[in-house]
Design a protein around this ligand. Structure first.
Ligand code: ATP
Ligand code: MG
Length: 449
């Protein structure tokens, strides 16, 4: 790259081929699990009227206050790159009468796509990032909270990142409960007001609940001893939350009741949750959400109870990179090395046939103009468990050469039927195969290097 090469904008990142596979994998899991739960996909535009977010998210929230990518377009209209999905989904659902039409309609939607927030770029925090989210409309009881938790647990399991994840849960009660609690926070902090910095003073004035999830030492000290929000919940909210926790206990769903989960946005009530992963640094929330039973009414005077969450895909990619040795193991990429002499079509035809017979498998042809050792190096990087080679010798007797981890990557000559059998036995999760070395296998000597 020369000095004058134009680079991408700070906080906006390219997703290179090595990474795209992780995104594909996550998107496939999402598509499958949402299908199992019969949740319908909605795709909304990336740009909305700025007013939509100002009206719903809350003027005193980080998003509206400082993170909005809003600008005036050529018509003089104030428009905005969407900072989150929930509000756009509600806008769309109302516009098309999907959730209210002379009464509440019960619907379950999911979305996936880029969101934009003008915040300080750092590990786990970008200005363009992807979110997957679900919104349930018309469902009020604790069953819907539980269904969402189950669905997410299934996604984490399928992604094999369920180890290290903790569900933090809290109840924000009603609007009145939160107003009462804001006063309790103000009273509690009153005698220590001099210890607050300017930002904290601003938060105390505009959105005091947010002080509860502050990571700064002085705030943690100041807030010590404050009665938890739970203690002042209204009877209805308290018994709803108690029932939810009782059900989670009886189903042995692990969670941490966490009084500091308050969420940044104004629209939540009752259940709020956040999933955190231990492998991430300080930005360890991978997914967050809660109930927002009054938001639709605020936007449209039609009361539609709702619950939803949004998952940060970039943070999931970071975890996957930690827990999976390589992308190929997610994908079972099977490298094929062609070392037949030039000008013959045998390898190309065999590979085409393999792809036709085994459409679910992924084969990668290495560059046949490179030396055997560099092709092998490339292949081993992709898959150190199973590699196919096609040599001039193989052409003569229509066989294949296979290297497997179980056979210490020594060459084994196999018939096409045997190769297909071995391929069909490849373990989906680790790409290895337990060889049963039959008599018809030939093992000609030491592994190549
Ligand atoms: P945080 O406390 O990390 O700022 P948030 O409360 O702003 O999160 P939400 O708006 O609830 O987050 O978004 C849900 C999820 O989206 C987060 O848990 C996180 O995984 C992801 N996320 C939010 N902001 C970003 C960002 N700037 N870059 C990457 N991922 C993000
Ligand atoms: Mg944020």
């Amino acid at each position: 790259m020369t000095k004058n090469t134009i680079q991408s904008i700070k906080g906006f990142k390219d997703i290179l081929p090595d990474e795209v596979g992780y995104y594909d994998f996550i998107e496939n899991v999402i598509a499958h699990v949402t299908e199992q739960y019969s949740v319908s996909q909605i795709r909304v535009p990336i740009i909305e009227k700025t007013e939509l977010f100002n009206r719903s998210i809350g003027n005193d929230t980080d998003i509206v206050n400082k993170e909005m990518y809003d600008f005036i377009d050529k018509n003089g209209d104030s428009i905005c790159l969407r900072p989150e999905g929930t509000v756009s989904i509600i806008r769309c659902a109302l516009e098309h009468n999907l959730i209210y039409d002379r009464g509440v309609k019960k619907q379950k939607f999911w979305y996936y796509g880029p969101m934009f927030r003008h915040e300080k770029p750092q590990r786990g925090r970008f200005r363009q990032f992807n979110q997957f989210g679900i919104e349930y409309f018309g469902f009020k009881n604790t069953e819907s909270d539980i269904e969402i938790i189950f669905l997410l647990n299934l996604i984490f399991e399928r992604l094999s990142i369920d180890n290290g994840i903790t569900l933090h849960i809290n109840s924000l009660g009603t609007k009145e409960d939160r107003l009462n609690y804001k006063n309790i926070i103000k009273q509690h902090i009153d005698k220590n007001i001099g210890k607050l910095d300017d930002n904290q003073k601003k938060t105390l004035k505009n959105n005091p609940l947010r002080l509860l999830d502050s990571k700064s030492e002085n705030m943690i000290d100041i807030l010590e001893g404050i009665p938890p929000l739970y203690d002042i919940l209204s009877t209805e909210s308290k018994s709803r939350y108690d029932l939810l926790l009782k059900k989670l206990d009886s189903m042995k769903i692990q969670y941490i009741h966490n009084n500091t989960i308050v969420r940044g946005l104004d629209y939540y009530n009752d259940t709020v949750f956040e999933w955190r992963h231990e492998l991430l640094g300080s930005q360890n929330a991978i997914c967050a959400g809660g109930r927002y039973d009054n938001l639709v009414e605020e936007l449209n005077q039609t009361p539609v109870p709702a619950i939803g969450f949004a998952m940060g895909i970039e943070r999931i990619v970071e975890i996957l990179k930690h827990v999976n040795q390589s992308l190929s193991e997610i994908y079972n990429i099977i490298p094929i090395i062609n070392i037949t002499s030039e000008n013959n079509t045998y390898c190309a035809l065999q590979c085409r046939e393999l792809r036709e017979i085994m459409p679910q498998k992924r084969f990668f042809n290495t560059d046949s103009t490179s030396s055997l050792s560099s092709q092998l190096k490339h292949a081993m990087k992709m898959n150190s468990h199973f590699i196919i080679l096609i040599t001039d010798e193989n052409i003569k007797d229509s066989s294949f050469t296979v290297k497997t981890h179980a056979n210490k990557m020594n060459d084994i000559i196999v018939t096409k039927d045997k190769l297909l059998e071995m391929l069909s036995k490849l373990h989906d999760d680790d790409c290895s195969v337990q060889d049963e070395l039959d008599d018809d296998f030939e093992t000609p000597g030491e592994p190549d290097e």
